[in-house]
Design a binder for this molecule. Sequence first.
Ligand code: M6R
Length: 364
Amino acid sequence: EKAGYEHFMMKEICEEPKAIKDTIGPRIKNGRVVLDDIELTEEYVKNIGKIHIVACGTAYHAGVIAKYIIEKTARIPVEVDVASEFRYRDPIVTDKDMAIIISQSGETLDTLFALREAKKKGARVLSIVNVVESTIARESDDVLYTWAGPEIAIASTKAYNAQLCALYLLTLELAYKRGCMSEEQYKNIIEGLQTIPDAIEDILGNKGAIQRFASSHCNVKNIFFIGRGLDYALSMEGSLKLKEVSYIHSEAYAGGELKHGTIALIEDGTLVVCPVTQDDLMDKMISNIKEVKARGATVLAIARESNEQVHKVADEVFTIPDVDPFIAPVAAVTPLQLFAYYMAVVKGCDVDKPRNLTKSVTVE
Ligand code: M6R
């Protein structure tokens, strides 16, 4: 079943290029996004008041990325909530709102109840789900399936990349139908998405460097992830992946928040992981890297090939190909997943079945 891999988690990371191709391939026709499995008329899209994205864990982190990209391009206000908060906080939802529910399994209890809450309040519900005909899929007005295939390892990997792809396609559709995106921008994003599978193949080909770095840093007690913009959202996912499989304490912070407290925790040898893929925030992140290094941190950066400035300041860089910064998270998450995987393997943890966790949380 593991097709020669030692763990499902590694098998599933290696399946990411296929998961992405299967999720976007059938939905791009002649250079245009075609979401014929869902109903998004121009009139409906133009009248959306607000979008509520609700999910748990990794799916929630995909939702945080979506907030940045939808607001930036489609200019629709987006709120992202973890499902267990949304369902009990009496959220303000109207019948002009759209709810986007994200779930790999389609069975997470809090997410299902959040869906019902959004529906009860009048929102139209679109879900992004991996398991066909799951409860969440059945109860939604529209379903945009991720075609990642079965995910067995408890740590979600390929489902996240596929969720992001579905969210990018949806964003393109929203932005285009609202007249907020130029043909050129639209075309660049589509073409960029089509290059991601190869970019991930490239990253997978260099995984030895990540394994070596993990082997020599597996005794650390704390790891901080810092990033800005999309890299902040990505940092949350990198941190969750690491803690759930390797049991190393880690936290994710927005780079700009460091000075507001976190930097007090940095001491000699503290490992700080910095995804730095956003050109417009590059200088700010370089300053953050210098600040933590000045206090003794060892910095591991995830950067695109051409980001030479990062290579100059970080102690170690996991390089990813030069994908467009707007879609970079889809590829930049892979080195973070591999890092978590190797840290867990080196520490002898039960990678596919971390303690205390289940694949799908169907109780409260
Ligand atoms: O099946 P779902 O996507 O609804 O699951 C949500 C979370 O339980 C899930 O992403 C969890 O956080 C994973 N173990 C993360 O790797």
